[in-house]
Design a protein around this ligand. Structure first.
Ligand code: SF4
Ligand code: SF4
Length: 482
């Protein structure tokens, strides 16, 4: 079976301190959770419960306020103690978060109980969309955006639309998604059909990293089994094997390889809508069992941790508890962050909660590992933290530190010259040409990762054009064809 990859650039990103892929460990129930009012940096939801009130597992505790917020549900039964707030540091700003602190108490309504199965085959796309809105389903892989807001722009595109089930593991820290795929194979398969019906997709494309071919074939077999058992015809899922170089899972790179597949196999895909395995399983739980997102698979690791593992944790569990469950720290952590060591963000406190879209947390030892084997990671993350993006001249490291090795050019998947762009931006020589080149950058971070001078190339380049004005991945086919 042919493997499709984006044409140039990218890096292989492995990490010996990521947890094993063997399976997940069910986490202890937290005695305190923090349920954030806000997902990602969207709008806050309005609380519908207050201090002193009792809540039950899965109960609505916050209502969506506008399209960028979601209905919130309590992940445990208990009592609302109070509202808490904390700040998190985004790539260019501080975000203030608020949430409800809930103390465990009373019986679980869903945990350990057999839930009543709901029939969904007779439901319309609109009815399915209402269910995912009611149950507060968000995109669980990257953004945490409400799924209803993610799918809204596709409503008017009309057929043919293809749902891409994104099982692309181009970073060792995506291990939680990998384990979820293995452990929830049948739910993922059926969930893909629910999601496809919900967005009116005519095709389902299962994009799987080539080394995980066996897993891809198992998911595909589960999909065919579902079709047979329910006598469904007219929608045949396709397996496409893709490269495992980072940033293969980025929408731009994935779209490139899927368009190549489309051309070669004489398919007609139309626009793509992407969903990852955790999101699809959340759709399945909401539609089939009327269950909101109460827990998630979380990769916990890093060189400072005693026992890295993939945990199944309740949403709102505090990071403190998560690390304790993995045996605590064996040495002083130099850095604790959420996401992968490559693209993660430093945590603000050990009380930060696990959000629906938190896929990994890691603690890096003071004297070891990623810092020594790859000190750029720390360097690039700490650089932008001290960067005043509003100042006239970017206070980045001096461009004279560049040793002109050309590494950044070899890894850029878009074919840009990050060295040249960086130098122009640092010198504040940003003309229309520089802007149009920066427009093509999608902030994958490969250039900064390989730079031996630790220059924060990608962080600098992406500031030139606001994300809302950058090239849309949906235009890629035209660019590739021209
Ligand atoms: S961050 Fe931008 S410039 Fe750097 S490698 Fe990625 S696409 Fe290229
Ligand atoms: S990788 Fe760094 S040092 Fe090498 S050319 Fe690019 S900017 Fe200069």
């Amino acid at each position: 079976m042919k493997v499709y990859s984006f044409p140039h650039g990218g890096i292989l990103f492995d990490d010996p301190y990521a947890p094993s892929r063997e399976g997940s460990v069910l986490s202890f129930l937290p005695w305190l959770v923090v349920i954030p009012f806000m997902q990602d940096n969207g709008n806050m939801s309005s609380p519908v419960v207050h201090s002193g009130e009792k809540v039950h597992e899965g109960m609505l505790i916050g209502e969506a306020r506008g399209e960028d917020s979601v209905n919130l549900h309590s992940s445990i039964p208990g009592n609302v103690l109070r509202t808490v707030s904390w700040d998190i540091e985004d790539i260019s700003s501080m975000i203030s978060c608020q949430g409800l602190l809930i103390k465990l108490g009373g019986a679980f309504d869903k945990l350990g109980k057999v839930a009543k199965e709901q029939q969904w085959l007779g439901l319309s796309a609109r009815e399915l969309q209402h269910i995912i809105s009611d149950y507060g389903i968000v995109e669980m892989e990257d953004s945490g955006r409400p799924l209803s807001a993610v799918i809204a722009p596709y409503e008017d595109l009309g057929p043919p639309l293809s749902l891409v089930v994104r099982c692309v593991f181009d970073d060792a820290w995506l291990v939680a998604d990998y384990v979820l795929c293995k452990e929830r194979l049948d739910e993922l398969a059926e969930g893909a059909f629910i999601a496809a019906k919900m967005v009116k997709a005519e095709k389902i494309i299962l994009a799987v990293s080539a080394p995980e071919r066996k897993l891809g074939e198992e998911i595909l077999a589960a999909m065919h089994r579902f079709l047979r058992e329910n006598s469904i015809h007219g929608i045949a899922p396709l397996l496409v094997l893709v490269g495992s170089r980072y940033p293969q899972r980025h929408q731009r790179e994935l779209e490139i390889v899927l368009r190549r597949f489309e051309k070669k196999e004489k398919e007609q895909f139309g626009p793509f809508i992407y969903m990852g395995p955790a999101t699809i399983c959340a759709v399945y739980d909401a539609v089939k069992y009327r269950k909101p997102i109460l827990d998630r698979y979380l990769a916990v690791g890093g060189s400072a941790l005693a026992r890295p593992a993939v945990l199944k944790v309740r949403i709102g569990s505090r990071l403190k508890q998560v690390f304790e469950e993995c045996g605590g720290f064996i040495s002083n952590p130099k850095r604790i962050a959420i996401g992968s060591p490559f693209l993660g963000r430093a945590i603000s406190s050990m009380d930060e909660p696990v959000m629906p879209y938190t896929s990994a947390v890691f603690a890096v030892a003071d004297n070891d590992s990623i810092l020594n084997s790859n000190p750029r990671v720390l360097s690039m993350r700490s650089m932008y933290r001290h960067t005043d993006l509003n100042s006239e001249k970017m206070p980045y490291a001096s461009a004279v530190q560049c040793i002109c090795c050309g590494e950044c050019r070899t890894v850029c998947p878009v074919g840009l010259d990050p060295e040249k762009l960086y130098k122009k931006i640092v010198e504040n020589e940003i003309d229309e040409k520089i802007k149009s080149l920066a427009m093509k950058c999608h902030g994958c971070g490969c250039c900064a990762l390989v730079c031996p001078s630790f220059l924060p190339l990608s962080q600098c380049i992406v500031t030139v054009i606001p994300v809302t004005e950058r090239d849309s991945p949906l235009n890629i086919q035209d660019q590739e064809e021209n």
